[in-house]
Design a protein around this ligand. Structure first.
Ligand code: PLP
Length: 434
């Protein structure tokens, strides 16, 4: 197809009329589809239903002979820490196993940093005149929501295809008010990017204005591959330690999208000093985590190979959904010049850059046709995408049939909005009011 910009006015109008008809036909089906949140599908949760029968009535003792039903064990069971240590890239004694949400751990770390400071803080962060965080954008909306909640200034930096723009990051990090940075280093939410070794090394080694700067290294998609290639990234904890910044990174992960999103395990891994810091705070808020769930996970997953096998089963269920979205985008939009999209090799999202100033219109068109999309701008700090072009598609939860139908609709909405925009640019007097 010729790009839309290359069409004559008459051809553009003919195309608009044709795509409008297709959109109307799509809308007339009266579908109800939802591609908003990256949740595992019920079939994915079923893969771990074996957990529900564990650890069993007489099987609730840990390897150390402790009764997992009782209080205690703040850092997590030794066998659970050993099982997940390779995934986190830290030895078991520098791993903490928490309850079901890594987001909760991240939130706690921010709140404790505000109230108490972190290792190396001259004072609690709340006593600083200003706290700012570097926010690679588009990024994870809930990271940004935490910053917004506590009044952090958010500093967006663009993604480059191999992680955030490091020249921009280094320039921002030199400011002492900048206390941290959000990183989703593998199969990033939502762009699917994988941080290159050079990016990881620069993040570990860069000079920071704040002596207590922290990388919030949210490795949420560490084992969530969508192809046979299991991508690996450089170990951030080792990279930081090598250059004398051992305390720089807080590593987070969870089994939310490995086992059960509402009943998994969350992890923190870092330097010994940071683990001690975290446990000192955590010990005031709990006597210990849910160790039965830890035991359940150890018995169910058994070893690293068990985790990889389970992730292969997830891949078999969700890779076709990603393929369906990509197929529809390719068929409807390739060569039109109205959109670019990612082809992620892992994670939970496809990120689409629609034509500038059309993302909100795409979401509105989709809504009108019974198709719920993540609000335009949601993946930017304060929900404000300066280009109004980012769309985040989350294909895991609906059935494959639903994903196919939704993808058709999404592609049509992106195309229609792009054509409308081109028409408006050529004939501003006909532009739709903002
Ligand atoms: C980047 C990222 N971090 C964290 C989470 C949530 O993790 P958890 O379920 O462990 O709180 C998500 C969920 O979508 C995510 O995309």
């Amino acid at each position: 197809m010729t790009t839309i910009a290359d069409l004559s006015d008459a051809d553009l109008e003919a195309l608009r009329a044709r795509v409008q008809d297709q959109y109307d036909a799509f809308r007339a089906q009266g579908l109800k589809l939802d591609m908003t949140r990256g949740k595992p599908a019920p079939e994915q949760l079923d893969l771990s239903s074996g957990l529900l029968a564990l650890p069993g009535n007489a099987d609730h003792f840990t390897e150390a002979g402790e009764d997992a039903r009782n209080y205690g064990g703040l850092q997590g069971l030794a066998e659970a820490r050993a099982l997940f240590a390779p995934m986190l890239g830290a030895p078991p004694d520098r791993v903490v196993v928490g309850n079901n949400s890594s987001l909760a751990l991240m939130h706690d770390c921010i709140v404790w940093a505000l109230l108490k400071g972190v290792v190396g803080s001259p004072r609690p962060w709340s006593k600083e005149a200003e706290v700012a965080f570097i926010c690679p954008s588009p990024g994870y909306d809930r990271h940004f929501a935490i910053c917004e909640e506590y009044g952090f200034r958010m500093l967006p930096v663009p993604m480059t295809g191999e992680g955030p723009d490091m020249d921009a990051v280094e320039a921002l990090a030199a400011n002492p008010a900048v206390k941290g940075m959000w990183c989703v280093p593998k199969y990033s939410n939502p762009t699917g990017e994988i941080y290159s070794a050079a990016t990881v090394e620069r993040l570990a080694a860069m000079k920071t204005g704040a002596p207590d700067f922290r990388l919030f290294w949210d490795n949420a998609y560490v084992v969530h591959h969508l192809t046979e290639r299991r991508h690996e990234i450089l170990n951030i904890l080792e990279a930081c330690a090598r250059v004398g910044n051992a305390d720089r990174a807080f590593v987070f992960a969870s089994t939310s999208k490995v086992t059960l999103a509402g009943g998994g395990l969350a992890f923190f891994a870092s330097s010994s000093a940071n683990v001690k810091w975290l446990l000192a705070r955590a010990g005031k808020r709990t006597i210990g985590p849910d160790k039965l769930n830890q035991l359940r996970h150890v018995r169910f997953l058994r070893d690293e190979a068990g985790i990889l096998r389970l992730m292969d089963a997830h891949r078999a269920l969700i890779a076709p959904k990603f393929a369906a979205v990509e197929e529809a985008l390719e068929r409807r939009l390739a060569g039109t010049g109205v959109a670019r999209w990612t082809r992620p090799e892992g994670g939970y999202f496809i990120s689409v850059d629609a034509r500038k100033e059309t993302a909100k219109r795409v979401v509105a068109l989709a809504k009108d046709a019974g198709l719920a999309l993540t609000p335009a701008g949601a993946t930017w700090p304060f929900g404000q995408d300066p280009d109004d072009s980012s769309l985040r598609l989350a294909p895991t939860y609906p059935s494959l049939e639903e994903v196919r139908a939704a993808s058709e609709g999404i592609a049509l909405c992106i195309l229609l909005a792009g054509i409308e925009k081109e028409g408006a640019l050529r004939r501003p007097e006909l532009a739709r009011p903002a």
